[in-house]
Design a protein around this ligand. Structure first.
Ligand SMILES: NC(=O)C1=CN([C@@H]2O[C@H](COP(=O)(O)OP(=O)(O)OC[C@H]3O[C@@H](n4cnc5c(N)ncnc54)[C@H](O)[C@@H]3O)[C@@H](O)[C@H]2O)C=CC1
Ligand SMILES: O=C(O)/C=C/C=C(\O)C(=O)O
Length: 480
């Protein structure tokens, strides 16, 4: 059986304590690999290696750093099929999705930041006859990157690539639930010739390796994506140590579907935004508010689309829905389905675990599920479910739908469907949401600031925002 290894100081390494954790394939419920259960000793070794690599890495011209990152991107593209298979096996997502979304985006993350570093200019402020002020952005130093299980390589590289591009050295931990592609990435970094210690990947649990990263005094910043509760814990631990924090947390995203929209497109895209990756994307729209004149039409077409979402073996080309990531997560989502019944919801589709035949008989499959008739402020409409469960609610006025859309503690993403541009801008400006899409969803230009308001996070990643996060500005003023 496959035993994954840490990647420390340029080489693969067993965990210091010799302990391993089982890693389960969600589609089968069977253990298919073991991962290091690393502890503070492994993190200390990784930090030591990163500190040793830092002086040379930060002095390397941005073009040279960029060349290495672009090389990693090319190797990811070369190994696309292998990585897509690995991601699907580890996470339960259809391999067809990993092939077109997860792995291409991981390659783009390295390519984008490999070149972005060369466009990252420093600011100057000239006061004629008085002074020249200029800003130098120094790499922060050694930074920690911690990522979740839903988009494993996609989000892991979204953090690592800008940190490396900015001249930082990294100690990174992927989710213990989906470590496989991060391990394969360490092999590609060795092949690309990334200098030893520049990137270190330590596997293990949140309370084990993760906690050691956030507590380590030499780690200057933490970039984290994951659950809001974990984000709170990280902030409580790291903020008093004056670490810089970028926290990308949960969401409970609304889709606002106005009667004048292109209904067919709204239905098709809402199917994707509801159920892509089994609804396990923080940007998924889980509350669908539909203007009353088109509510019934939307519901009929949407449910017809849901009926086409075949739940099946992630390896099958025909599967549109794979497995949820773990038995524990499946039980959490089933708990919310039970709660939706208790809160008076009418089940329109799904609601049951799926028992597949053959190799997937013990897998964690769930029908895509739709409820209506729930109050906009009930728990199911306020709490993050992070699974294939959405609610439909009719609305009558713009004011009403805005109040409902903004009525949760979250503020990550929202989608507006309308042909009225004035309304689109007006409503977008009123939404308490870090990201607003109009007549589209998951359109991602990597130059745009990415992140949430309220309990959805602190700070922004993406484009120059990420490079700013991983650097420390120093103002220098010269008297003229
Ligand atoms: N992107 C998102 O918005 C995500 C949201 N979630 C939400 O969070 C809920 C819980 O899922 P989990 O897998 O438990 O997410 P999590 O937030 O616990 O895990 C994310 C990452 O944080 C690490 N981590 C956990 N505790 C830590 C600690 N004390 N110090 C440092 N790192 C730590 C984990 O090992 C993992 O790498 C999900 O049911 C879902 O609702 C989960 C994953 C992603
Ligand atoms: O950067 C993106 O395009 C998507 C990010 C998604 C998450 O952060 C998430 O699902 O956690």
């Amino acid at each position: 059986m496959l035993h994954l290894q840490n990647y420390i100081n340029g080489a693969l390494a067993a965990p210091a304590g010799g302990r391993y954790l089982p890693n389960v394939e969600p589609a089968t419920g069977r253990v298919f690999s073991h991962i290091p259960d690393s502890d503070a000793q492994d993190v200390a070794r990784a930090v030591q290696a990163a500190e040793a690599a830092l002086p040379a890495w930060r002095r390397l011209p941005a073009e040279e750093r960029g060349r290495l990152l672009v090389r990693i991107s090319e190797l990811i593209e070369r190994d696309l099929e292998r990585l897509a298979q690995a991601e699907s096996q580890d996470n339960g997502k259809p391999v067809s999705l990993a092939r077109v979304v997860d792995i291409p985006r991981a390659a783009s993350n390295f390519a984008f930041f490999g070149t972005a570093a060369q466009h990252f200019a420093s600011e100057t402020h000239f006061q004629e006859g008085v002074a020249l002020n200029y800003t130098v952005r120094h790499p922060l130093g050694v930074v920690g990157c911690i990522s979740p299980w839903n988009l494993p390589l996609y989000l892991f590289t979204w953090k690592i690539a800008p940190a490396l591009a900015a001249g930082c050295c990294v100690v990174a931990k992927p989710s213990e639930i989906t470590p496989y592609t991060a391990f394969l990435l360490s092999e590609l970094c060795i092949e690309a010739g990334l200098p030893a210690g520049v990137l270190n990947i330590v596997h293990g649990t949140g309370p084990g390796a993760g906690q050691a990263i956030i507590e380590h005094p030499a780690i200057k910043a933490i970039s984290f994506t994951g659950g809001t509760k974990t984000g709170e814990h990280i902030a409580r631990t790291a903020a008093p140590m004056f670490k810089k924090l970028s926290l990308e947390l949960g969401g409970k995203n609304p889709n606002l579907i106005f009667a004048d929209c292109d209904l067919q497109e709204a239905v098709q895209t809402s199917l994707r935004s509801s159920f892509a990756n089994q609804g396990q994307i923080c940007l998924c729209g889980s509350r669908l508010f539909v203007e009353r004149p088109v509510y019934e039409q939307f519901r009929e077409q949407f449910l017809a689309g849901v009926a086409q979402l075949t739940v099946g073996d992630p390896q099958d080309a025909g599967s549109r829905q794979g497995a949820l990531v773990s038995e524990a997560h499946l039980q959490k989502v089933l708990g919310y389905i039970a709660l939706a019944h208790e809160e008076g919801g009418r089940l329109l589709a799904g609601g049951q675990r799926v028992q597949l035949p053959g190799r997937c008989a013990e897998g964690y499959f769930l029908q895509p599920t739709v409820f209506e008739g729930l109050a906009p402020d009930c728990r199911v409409n306020r709490e993050e479910i992070f699974g294939p469960v959405v609610t439909l609610t009719p609305f009558d006025t713009e004011e009403e739908v805005l109040a409902w859309a903004n009525g949760t503690e979250y503020g990550l993403a929202a989608t507006i469907w309308t042909r009225d541009l004035h309304r689109a801008h007006r409503v977008a400006h009123e939404l308490q949401s870090g990201i607003v899409w109009v007549n589209t969803w998951l359109h991602r230009d990597l130059r745009t600031p990415f992140g949430g308001m309220k309990s959805s996070g602190v700070g922004r990643e993406g484009g120059l925002e990420a490079l700013r996060f991983f650097t420390e500005p120093q103002s220098i003023t010269v008297k003229l």
